[in-house]
Write a protein that binds this ligand. Structure first.
Ligand code: ADP
Length: 527
């Protein structure tokens, strides 16, 4: 039997244990470690031999999560104990009825001489979270205050479990939120009330060039720097601004070495239930394509109207003149006027064809008739068509005598050569030699058209192949063209399995190259 001194000592040590446990609860120790220490205290103070803590898991069943005084591998033998669930009222009698019999089963299975068991529920918010068991052997009975002791340990364990569960849920929610924010295609950042970045997603990182981890803590204006903004860019304010409702602004993000991005930014304040500002949510939507489409549309309208107007005005002018009844025209003038009308009508037809091709290409409806094409013969024919149009230029054909056939759509290749040849003439106003040649390797035929004209500045070279793109120069302004020729040529070459590129030096001339697959290789492949 314990004497009074023992009892005092127990009380003192219980306090020590509980103090230690509550400190542990405040630290970030994992749940199982905390449960282990609680269990140790409970077994120690009740003078038990073995302790177990089982928790109700997501399957609704009790599972042992911490043990004391028994080897791990014997734990399954304690299963019978978990089948009887104590309730809070059982704490008065230490264990639910029938538990003693279960203990006998366990003792038999494990070979341990265990004679008594105390089981106390872990309860939080009226909910059973688990059970703490202390078992002992020998003839001595548990002390009368054991249930009280156990209850205080059970309470601590319940707090630990509850904290851990809340924390787990929080982490899970956080991971989910993080996943959602990161998965959003728009750039997103969350700001604190001082307009400093708390979180930023990958899309915004790609737009701004700031790594999310680096951006955290910086002011919003340091990371998102809008140029030529339309509307109030709150990030640019010196003092943290006061935002009471959603606000929309558009602007550009300009970074060295990167193309300009046009963005639409929505600032949204988030308030708590008392109406206090908690955070500002900033959504950054990349609208570059939309802006480009807008710009393209207006270029389209101005280029097309200009390109259509000129020939129509000429046709109309000459037709009106010829129709005048008060003048008799000599045969030469009539012939010349009709020739101009004819040429301009051709130009219109050509432009309309190009526009139709461009829209077919965009809709993916371009049909190709692939066959063997002997490029040198085709180039010869294309060049003949231009020879009469210019005296200032000399044409030279430069193909090896036995160039293998390409696998292509002859009419489309003719169209590409026409485009390149007409550009070569248009953009070498002082004349010179225009050389058309080519070679082949094991898989493709390369054809080139080289001129000695004005050339193309390096930065423009990649843009040439865009729709409606024209290099800005005085010559360009005088030269008719819709900026469709190279766009179409590239699309046609690529549709036939080749690629097109340019080498050029301003003032020296330009050479356009394009490849087409070899007929042999292609027909071999098809067989
Ligand atoms: P267009 O000739 O109708 O303007 P293209 O798409 O054929 O349209 O060409 C786009 C632009 O590329 C032209 O406006 C011109 O500035 C430039 N370009 C094309 N070919 C040449 C060339 N051979 N030499 C110099 N500049 C060229």
């Amino acid at each position: 039997m314990y004497d009074l001194l023992d009892f005092r000592q127990i009380q003192l040590r219980q306090r020590e244990y509980l103090l230690k446990i509550s400190r542990l609860l405040a630290s970030n120790l994992d749940l199982v470690s905390v449960l282990q220490i609680i269990l140790h205290g409970a077994v120690d103070l009740t003078k038990g031999n073995v302790g177990l803590i089982a928790l109700v898991e997501s399957d609704g069943q009790l599972h042992i999560r911490a043990s004391y005084g028994v080897p791990e591998k014997t734990l399954p033998a304690f299963q019978p104990l978990l089948e009887l669930w104590p309730t809070r009222s059982d704490t008065e009698q230490l264990a639910p009825p029938g538990l003693e019999e279960k203990l006998q089963e366990v003792a038999a299975q494990t070979g341990l001489s265990l004679t008594q068991v105390v089981a106390v529920p872990l309860i939080s918010d009226e909910q059973l979270l688990g059970v703490i068991y202390v078992l002992r052997g020998g003839a001595l009975q548990f002390l009368a205050n054991t249930n009280q002791l156990m209850a205080s340990f059970a309470d601590q364990a319940a707090i630990a479990v509850r904290n851990a569960r809340l924390y787990e849920a929080l982490v899970r929610e956080n991971v989910q939120l993080e996943g959602i924010i990161d998965g959003i295609a728009d750039g997103v950042m969350i700001l604190d009330t001082k307009w400093h970045i708390m979180r930023m997603n990958r899309a915004l990182s790609a737009l701004t060039g700031w790594a999310p981890a680096e951006a955290v803590g910086h002011s919003c204006g340091a990371v998102l720097h809008l140029q030529s903004s339309r509307g109030h860019d709150f990030c640019a304010d010196r003092e943290p601004p006061v935002l009471t409702k959603k606000h929309y602004v558009e602007g550009d993000i300009i970074r060295d070495g990167y193309p300009r991005r046009s963005v639409a930014v929505m600032f949204a304040p988030l308030f708590d239930q008392q109406g206090q500002l908690l955070n500002i949510l900033v959504d950054v939507n990349d609208i570059t394509r939309f802006r480009e489409a807008e710009a393209m549309q207006s270029t389209f309208i101005s280029v097309i109207s200009h390109e259509l107007k000129t020939p129509v005005a000429l046709i109309k002018g000459y037709a009106d003149t010829l129709r005048r009844e008060d003048v008799t025209w000599d045969a030469e003038t009539v012939r010349e006027s009709l020739a101009i009308i004819d040429d301009e009508a051709d130009r219109l037809t050509h432009l309309i064809d190009d526009l139709l091709d461009a829209s077919r290409l965009q809709a993916g409806g371009l049909q190709l008739e692939l066959q063997r094409v002997h490029i040198p013969a085709l180039a010869q024919r294309a060049v003949e068509g231009f020879r009469l149009q210019t005296q200032a230029h000399q044409f030279v054909l430069d193909f090896p005598s036995s160039l293998p056939d390409a696998w292509a759509d002859e009419q489309r290749v003719h169209q590409i050569l026409d485009n390149l040849l007409s550009n070569a003439i248009k953009y070498s106003p002082d004349g010179g030699t225009i050389r058309v040649g080519g070679w082949a390797n094991d898989y493709e035929v390369t054809t080139y058209v080289a001129d000695q004209g004005i050339g193309i500045p390096k930065p423009e070279q990649e843009m040439l192949f865009r729709r409606f793109y024209r290099v800005d120069s005085s010559l360009r302004r005088e030269t008719p063209g819709a900026g469709l020729g190279l766009y179409l040529s590239q699309a046609l070459v690529e549709a036939q399995g080749g690629h097109i590129w340019v080498h050029s030096k301003p003032g020296e001339g330009s050479t356009f190259f394009f490849t087409l697959p070899l007929a042999e290789q292609r027909s071999h492949h098809e067989r």
